[in-house]
Design a protein. Structure first.
Length: 308
């Protein structure tokens, strides 16, 4: 049965029917296996799989994405081959700057497309949803009484995500008499991720700033970063973002350059020393030297008395 349909196809079929993976996960497996090519790979085939990707210019992060899929396949096939993840350069995740956030919050959209796009951006900034999670939302998924959004995340897992009172007001105004998909196209169909990305880039330009790298996902990064910056709990953030491991959430908890400068100014040795209005460091050293000599003299005198 396996040889008739092919090992790759059998692996994907089991993932679909036994693990209930999403169509996007199936696409990820299929794309990854194109780089591996051989359904019964040797160690040399596995090495060539990585070399092929690097020769084509794929980044370590992109390679690791495909390596993860192939490692799952090798485990399924019970093939004891060595396929390690590549070391990635750790960079701060892209976020929207303070001025860009201010402009986004204060922007008044004028067209129907701008209103839809602006609401998507505000929702992701407020609740940290993934783009696909936002685009799959139905109007009935919004519970305004409880201020909760019913989200179907990765692996079709359901989770409740909170919204703010301000976001509630924005959504209620946007919805009107809308039914079905929250962010539907003109004919009521689900908005595609590609068109959403195009619209967000255009709206950023209209609002007067350049969209950051990973334009839409950066909204999620921004929400997570600000959540922690304002004293939010990492474990609660993990639940909001829908991460199965808290270590994944920690990737979103990074200090920006301005945070580092502010913190260094607050606790740095030179900054704290300069703020002191007491004696100079030289004077303090002299005082310590005098106290030390006095203590030594006292000890010597006590010793002589005891000996006597």
């Amino acid at each position: 049965m396996t040889s008739a349909v092919g090992h790759f196809a059998r692996f994907i079929k089991e993932r679909v029917y036994l693990k209930n993976v999403s169509p996007r996960t199936v696409e990820w497996y299929e794309e990854s296996f194109k780089w591996l090519r051989n359904e019964t790979p040797s160690q040399e085939d596995v090495n060539d799989f990585v070399i092929r990707m690097r020769e084509k210019g794929l980044s370590p992060a992109s390679c690791n994405n495909r390596i993860r899929a192939v490692r799952a396949y090798l485990k399924w096939r019970k093939l004891a081959l060595n396929l390690n993840y590549m070391q990635e350069e750790e960079k701060p995740l892209p976020t929207y700057g303070r001025e860009a956030i201010r402009k986004t919050i204060n922007f008044k959209p004028s067209t129907a497309q701008q209103k839809r796009t602006h609401t998507i951006m505000m929702l992701m900034l407020d609740s940290g949803l993934r783009l696909q999670e936002a685009l799959c939302l139905q109007v009935q998924d919004l519970d305004f009484d409880s201020l909760l959004i019913g989200v179907r995340g990765k692996g079709k897992k359901y989770r409740p995500v909170p919204m703010s009172e301000k976001m509630k007001a924005i959504l209620q105004k946007f919805i009107g008499k809308r039914i079905g998909f929250l962010f539907a196209t003109a004919d009521g169909k689900k908005l595609s991720a590609r068109n959403a990305l195009r619209d967000v880039k255009e709206l950023c330009e209209a609002m007067g700033f350049r969209a950051p790298a990973r334009t839409i996902h950066a909204l999620r990064h921004t929400m997570a970063t600000d959540y922690i910056r304002n004293g939010g709990n990492v474990v609660k953030l993990q639940r909001i973002l829908g991460h199965s491991r808290v270590t994944t959430t920690m990737r979103y908890v990074h200090l920006q350059g301005d945070d580092l400068v502010e913190e260094h100014e607050r606790v740095g040795i030179l900054s704290t020393d300069l703020r002191k209005k007491g004696p100079s460091s030289d004077a303090l050293d002299n005082q310590r030297d005098v106290r030390s000599r006095f203590s030594l003299t006292s000890v010597t005198r006590r010793t002589k008395v005891a000996s006597f």
